[in-house]
Design a protein around this ligand. Structure first.
Ligand SMILES: [Zn+2]
Ligand SMILES: [Zn+2]
Length: 273
């Protein structure tokens, strides 16, 4: 299995970090988790793209995690020589989100239908809404979902991918909770979106302070990793984005609570699992 950190940023625009997105490659299949800003630019750098995605799995519908979903819908539809559904998995609400996205795209869809004789179908998108349990089971690859805690954003889910005798967890935005612990139990790699409270608290903007209570801090992520017997902790969705050269501070803070391997993610890291 391979984990590719396509986008390691957050809602805050960053010239070096695309929006949240992770790619898991296993058994010749490409699973995309979330599709933040610039996801198709980054996936093209990883030699994959909308036609190769087996599933797009969403952790939640916050804009930073889904802002380029429309790009995936359009490009998969416009580039495919045959009608080829996009399979989407996400929390309850995903179907309505997809329907609204398709409605937003109707002008463009009609332009292309009118222009291309070989394109005579609407973008096909199949949605599976999930709460918890097995959400994918094919060719020795199993993906499980659990509910996470990003209140007041609800519902949110995280994913556990089991394949090739290994486990990768894509937690999404969540504070520590029982669902997260179940996802992470004995995982080889645990990818957690994090904030660094000491930096956030130094920025006197009330709206920024609001983010502290619904994300894992670095210390929270380290505690979850330690409690669950994780092998490697990957810190991503870094808020606020670290100034160049200060990434090791984030790792050091995690190391205070977790003795395993710690990776402070950058875009397009390829992490073998
Ligand atoms: Zn969120
Ligand atoms: Zn987020």
């Amino acid at each position: 299995m391979e984990l590719i950190t396509l986008g390691t940023g957050s809602p805050i625009p960053d010239p070096n970090r695309a929006g949240p997105a992770n790619l898991v490659k296993t058994g010749g299949k490409d699973f995309l988790f979330d599709c933040g800003r610039g996801v198709l630019m980054r996936s093209s750098a990883a030699w994959t793209g909308p036609l190769q995605f087996t599933r797009v799995l969403l952790t939640h519908l916050h804009s930073d995690h889904v802002t380029d979903f429309n790009d995936i819908v359009t490009m998969r539809w416009a580039m495919s020589p045959v009608e080829f559904p996009l399979e989407v998995v996400g929390p309850v609400g995903t179907k309505a989100f997809v329907d609204r996205t398709l409605a937003m795209l109707q002008d463009d869809i009609q332009y292309r239908l009118d222009h291309h004789d070989s394109l005579n179908w609407q973008p096909p998108v199949n949605v599976t809404e999930v709460t918890e349990g097995l959400v994918f089971d094919e060719d020795g690859i199993q993906i499980f979902a659990e509910q996470t805690n990003h209140a007041p954003v609800h519902p949110t889910v995280g994913y556990r991918i089991e394949a090739e005798g290994k486990v990768v967890v894509i937690a999404g935005d969540t504070t520590p909770c029982a669902g997260l612990d179940r996802l992470c139990a004995g995982a080889d790699v645990y990818v957690q979106t994090v904030v660094r409270p000491s930096l956030v608290e130094a920025i006197p903007v009330p709206r920024l302070q609001d983010i502290l209570d619904y994300h894992s801090s670095i210390r929270d992520a380290a505690a979850t990793a330690a409690n669950c017997g994780v092998g490697t902790l990957v810190l991503t969705h870094l808020v606020p984005g670290p100034a160049p050269g200060t990434e090791s501070e984030w790792a050091d803070e995690a190391a205070e609570g977790f003795s395993g391997t710690i990776i402070v993610a950058e875009d397009l890291m390829n992490i073998p699992v």
